[in-house]
Every structure is written in C-alpha cells, then in structure tokens.
Design a protein around this ligand. Structure first.
Ligand SMILES: *[C@@H]1O[C@H](CO)[C@@H](O)[C@H](O)[C@H]1NC(C)=O
Ligand SMILES: *[C@@H]1O[C@H](CO)[C@@H](O)[C@H](O)[C@H]1NC(C)=O
Length: 429
C-alpha cells in the first residue's frame, strides 16, 4: 500500500545493556510509538544553571510544529541539543518514551537526515540508572554496567538501536527564560527504516514513562508533567510542555486509564452522525506518532460502511485505482480543498462513560489524494497487528488542543484553531 504510514507507533521495545556485542536481550511487549519548524535559533548564552532554582509552577515551553498528515505524514519540532546547541528535527511521539537521535558513531547505520548526525555526548548513562531501568522489563539482568543499550521496534517494521547518553537540551520558556536541562537520550547507531521513512533526525519521546522528555523536565522542576499539542488542518501547529497555557475549565477531561504504558482514555462507543453504530467498549490510545487513526477490524468495518452508505446518491464513486489509502472516492466535481467536499460527509465521535465526546469532523478523517480523490484516514488496525487497541492518530487530533496531564492522570481536549501559536502565557482553549 503505497503511502500508508503507521507513523512511529511501536509495538515492542527491547532494552539491553551490552558491552561490545549484544548478548542478553530482554523484551517487554509494550506499545510505543510517535514533528514543526523551530523559531529563529535562540541565543543560548551561558546554558544550564537554570534548573533547580526555578519554581516550575506556571511555566511552559512552546515548540512550533511543522508538517502535516498528508502528503508529509508527520510533524516535527526543532529541538536544540548539545554544547554548542545544534538544531534537530524530531517527531513528537506520545506513543513512546525514549527520545533518540540518529547518531554519529563509527559504523553507524542511519537513514538520511536533514542535519549532520548527532555527535554523542561523552556522558554515558549506566545500566543501573533509574532511567535505563525504566526502559527494561522486570526480569532483566544486566551484564554490563557501563552502558545502557536500547532497541525500539515500531509497528511499521522500523527500529532504532543505540545507547543512552546525557546531554543538554535547550528550550525557551514562555517567561522568556532559557532552560538547559541535562537529559538522558538515545544515540541511535542502527536504524532500520520501516515502510514509512520520515526525513528526520530522530524521535521526541513523550510517553508516560520515566525516560520521557516531559517527565525528565518535570523531575528537574522546570515544568509540570503535562504536555499537549495542537495540530492544524492547514499544516503545522504547536507542542507544549507545562500546564499554564490553557484554561482548565474549558477542556473536556477524561481520566487516564491505568495502562502503565499508553495514554489511554479507556473505552468508548463509536457514534456516526451522532447515532450509535453498535460498536462499544473500544479501547482507545492517543498516539501523536501515528499519522492515521486505526480502528480494530469490526469498528473499521462499521465506520467505513456508514461513510459509504452516507455517500449513496451523492456525487462520489469508489476510486479503486487510487492506492493512496485503502478507501478512496472520486468526486464527480473538481475541488481544491478537502473543505470543499466535507459537507457530503458526517462527523464520527467517540463517546465516553463520563458523557464526554471526542468528535471527529470530516476534515479530521479525510484527506485529498494526489489524484484529487477523497480518501479515508481511518485504517484497519487489525491488519497492522494492533489487536484490540484503537489508535487515535494525528489525523483525528487536528484542530484540537489535546492535553496529556500526567500530574492529575487525565486526558483532555477542546476544539481550537491550531494555526496560531499561543501568544500570551494564558490563552483560552
Ligand atoms: C520539519 O520542519 C522543517 C522546518 O522546521 C521543515 O522544513 C521540514 O520540511 C519538516 N520535515 C518534515 C518531515 O516534516
Ligand atoms: C482487517 O484486517 C484483517 C487482517 O488483515 C482482515 O482479516 C479483516 O478482514 C480486515 N477488515 C476489514 C473490514 O477490511
């Protein structure tokens, strides 16, 4: 399937500590996965130092995002790392914990990158470090202490292997302060591309685990352990860390399920055009590393047949020759933008026990293909081996502020025009 992209969703992460050749691998069957253009380079005068003195309350970091769901298939944030700081384009992934960069070490096997490979810092993370241990499964026995090796495998067959180092990462807070915390990140020396090969320097891991960047920033008391993103249907958007950029009372909040690995709002019922579809108890996971949304076979079937039924008698026919995505329709009239045809489609929604709904309007589940057809950006997750998990990917999170609040164990969302960066430090959702 030509351009079908699973994004960065990872099914398995294997972490091992090896000295020379990798010997004992341990694996935990986890499910991890998951990019903008930076503003003008900041001037990082005398870096570091900022950490411990700041009170994290009421401070945030905002990173502009660049990219789109189609045709690029990913978003990226520019992150400045090292001394002197160098820019890297990273794919923000709320489906995986570890931040890693394609790394400059002898014999490295990397995919093409937009910037020179990351020269690793010489401070290694040893295998007894809590961050290293957090990446390993319970029964793991380390046979090498000097270095913490990791291997992440993503659902589309891609993988990265490397070791952890500590280095300075530079941000500017919304209070105008330069923050340069020292964080653990992966030096990836063996990347195997999956079906989808993004032209990026690495992944920005924003999952729930201890190694996640936002969790590391919050332990250093720089920001609250909260992150969010706002992806625009016009492309771009922004990513933020911290909890003072939104008015909490205007957000629909749903408790996070106890799933230790994934950001899950629990189970929901699928509605189409505000009516039940018979699909209940769908286990959902929010994953910014996935370009599209994936429903398990039955729910996928239910949704695609409702969309097809809805199109009967309207100026569309199936476009079987369009291989962009599995389900495409030819519009019998020319159109410029997906917005010109969304009136023929209906929204779907995920309805939670709490009474909250996550509504997905047509522009957040349809794309316009290069052949000028309309294609459905919700795909069959069973086909990708996702089993009973339903992934809410970038496409369905567009034009919403989506918030992952690890402090209060809740997930929130609110409709929003994401094409504007938040200007002031308090903006309403
Ligand atoms: C990443 O962002 C840069 C701008 O900062 C942009 O030029 C580039 O096309 C983006 N790459 C991808 C793969 O989205
Ligand atoms: C989804 O994929 C599975 C596995 O490939 C397949 O058995 C099933 O028929 C597909 N469902 C639909 C509705 O296409």
């Amino acid at each position: 399937m030509g351009k079908e992209k699973v994004g960065w969703v990872a099914l398995l992460i294997i972490v091992s500590s090896w000295c020379v050749s990798s010997s004992s691998h341990s694996s935990s069957s986890s499910f991890r996965g998951d990019l903008s253009r930076g503003k003008a380079p900041l001037t990082f005068g005398s870096a570091s130092a900022s950490s411990l003195v700041l009170n994290r309350v009421g401070q945030s970091v905002v990173l502009p995002l660049h990219g789109n769901v189609f045709p690029i298939g990913s978003y990226n944030a520019t992150v400045y790392i090292g001394q002197p700081p160098k820019p890297y384009f990273l794919d923000p992934d709320t489906g995986s914990d570890l931040t890693w960069l394609q790394c400059k070490v002898r014999g490295a096997r990397c995919t093409p990158t937009p910037h020179p490979l990351y020269p690793p810092s010489d401070e290694l993370v040893d295998s007894s470090d809590p961050i290293c241990r957090s990446l390993q499964s319970g029964d793991y026995k380390s046979d090498c202490v000097e270095r913490c090796g990791y291997e992440v495998q993503y659902a589309d067959g891609g993988s990265s292997r490397g070791f952890l180092v500590k280095d300075d990462v530079h941000f500017e807070s919304n209070r105008g302060r330069v923050l340069s915390p020292r964080v653990a990140l992966g030096c990836g020396y063996n990347q195997i591309p999956g079906r989808y090969l993004p032209y990026l320097d690495g992944v920005l891991g924003l999952g729930k685990g201890r190694s996640s960047l936002v969790s590391q920033l919050s332990r250093q008391e720089l920001v609250a352990n909260v992150l969010g993103h706002c992806l625009s249907t016009r492309g771009g958007g922004f990513l933020f860390f911290g909890d003072d950029l939104y008015d909490s009372s205007r957000i629909s909040w749903t408790p996070m399920s106890r799933d230790p690995k994934h950001y899950s709002p629990g189970t929901a019922e699928l509605l189409f055009a505000r009516k039940p579809t018979g699909q209940k108890n769908m286990l959902l996971v929010f994953d910014s590393g996935s370009t599209y949304t994936y429903f398990s076979s039955e729910a996928y079937q239910a949704l695609s047949s409702r969309v097809n039924e809805e199109l009967m008698g309207k100026p569309f026919t199936r476009a079987l020759d369009d291989r962009t995505l599995p389900l495409c329709w030819r519009a019998l009239m020319p159109f410029e933008n997906i917005r010109d045809v969304t009136e023929y489609f209906k929204p779907f929604a995920l309805s939670f026990n709490s009474g909250n709904q996550f509504e997905v309007p047509p522009e957040s589940y349809l794309i316009k293909s290069e052949l000028g057809n309309v294609c459905m950006g919700v795909l069959n997750g069973t086909h990708e081996g996702l089993e009973d998990r339903n992934l809410i990917g970038d496409t369905s999170m567009q034009d919403k502020m989506v918030i992952y609040d690890n402090e209060r164990q809740r997930l929130g969302w609110a409709s929003k025009d994401c094409s504007q960066l938040p200007k002031s430090r308090a903006f309403a959702a």
